[in-house]
Design a protein. Sequence first.
Length: 69
Amino acid sequence: MGFLEKRFEIGRKLQDFLDKQENSSEKELKEKLGMFFEQHNKEMEKINKKLGGGIGEFIYKAEELIENE
């Protein structure tokens, strides 16, 4: 799975995660979100290492430019 596909997968997982949190307190939700992002940031770091040379950051910036058009 490539960088872009992984970002979209994480977005879908985040939406599913948030849908299941309707009864969580604010403190509990912040803790759970912290764990969620910690896990997925590790996955993105692995992809960035595979891409090498900072190209992952380059792709991220390119996506941002496209989304903001």
